[in-house]
Design a binder for this molecule. Structure first.
Ligand code: FDA
Length: 305
């Protein structure tokens, strides 16, 4: 019930405007979101890098409904990438990008061109881009754009969602030399025709995908907070004889920070997903919907504790 209420709230423009204008909400968001702008993102990135963690930055923007918005998102990423070296964040930091924010739903070719410009800026900065996975209607288009981008920028990463029934096949396609693949459970509500629905089926699919990626030739990026799946990933990395720089763990900023530190202290690469931008409200509420127990922690943030 709380989850449904929170998801409805996440999609509300009116609540978003109200929340963004209230100074106390920023306190609440701080646990999960770096802040409004590039400066805040770089500050958070530095703190994490000093703790031995790698970073992937994501700019949170409003849904892209015009070509001008897509250009603004492209330029935001180029500006951020242009600052990474000076901030001492190369090679620790890369960026995560939603192709829909670059205009994929308006014009795929335009989104590809913008993504190419972002990848070029990343290569220039000495780092990489990972293309987020969105709902299943965009999967084919995203993987096609990935193939094109990799011709010039082979380090471009993909994200695959274990809840989609197609993903085992996509893992097989993408487990090739040098291929960076983030495996996550999947954050979008999807119909049964295309996606597993129960947690058990999603977890089983995650393990099958993990086996394919860990036994393949690519670079698996294991994005989960789930202790059982993390333990299985550690086991598979040992089983397939992967050195600690041949895979990585990824988690969200503010989520299971002690586990992030434990894995990093054990010699693992741990990359923290750091979102920033003025459109943080929807992101924050989606995190709360995933784990309503966090409402209490954010509530403490609301009153400044
Ligand atoms: P899940 O939320 O199912 O939790 C499983 C278990 O983990 C819990 O039972 C608990 O034990 C533990 N746990 C989880 N949260 C906790 C907390 N706050 N405190 C303590 N324990 C906790 N999705 C997508 O569709 N496209 C994408 O591009 C991405 N990108 C992405 C990048 C990165 C770096 C991450 C970490 C995640 C994504 N995701 C994503 C989101 C992903 O699909 C998924 O929705 C969330 O990671 C939540 O799923 P988990 O695997 O963490 O487990």
């Amino acid at each position: 019930m709380l989850r449904h209420l929170l998801l409805a709230a996440a999609g509300s423009d009116r609540l978003g405007r109200l929340a963004a204008s209230a100074p106390f909400s920023k306190n609440a968001a701080r646990r999960f979101v770096a802040g409004d702008d590039v400066e805040a993102a770089l500050r958070t990135g530095r703190i994490l890098a000093d703790d031995g963690l790698a970073v992937t930055f994501e700019h949170l923007s409003a849904e892209t409904r015009s070509a001008e918005q897509a250009v603004a998102v492209r330029d935001e990423y180029r500006a951020l990438l242009g600052r990474l070296k000076g901030a001492g964040l190369v090679p620790a930091a890369e960026v995560s990008v939603k192709l829909s924010a670059l205009g994929q739903r308006l014009d795929e070719k335009l989104a590809y061109e913008h993504a190419l410009a972002v990848c070029a800026a990343a290569t220039e900065a000495g780092t990489t881009v990972t293309l987020d996975a969105e709902d299943h209607t965009l999967t084919d288009s995203t993987l096609e754009i990935l193939t094109e981008l990799r011709k010039d920028h082979p380090g471009t990463g993909a994200v695959l969602q274990a809840h989609l029934r197609r993903t085992e096949g996509d893992c097989r396609e993408l487990a090739t030399a040098g291929s960076r693949v983030r495996l996550c459970k999947g954050a979008y509500a999807e119909p049964e025709s295309v996606a597993f629905q129960s947690s058990l089926d999603i977890d089983k699919s995650f393990v099958r995908c993990l086996n394919i990626l860990m036994s393949g030739e690519g670079y698996p990026m294991v994005a989960t907070h789930d202790p059982r799946l993390i333990a299985i990933a550690e086991d598979r990395a040992r089983w397939f004889d992967r050195a600690s720089d041949e895979y990585e763990f990824q988690m969200l900023h503010g989520v299971r920070t002690e586990e992030q530190a434990r894995l990093a202290a054990g010699g693992n690469v741990v990359r923290v997903y750091v979102p920033y931008g003025e459109q943080w409200y929807g992101y924050l509420v989606r995190r709360l919907a995933e784990r309503p127990g966090n409402v209490a922690a954010v509530g403490r943030g609301l009153v400044g504790r």
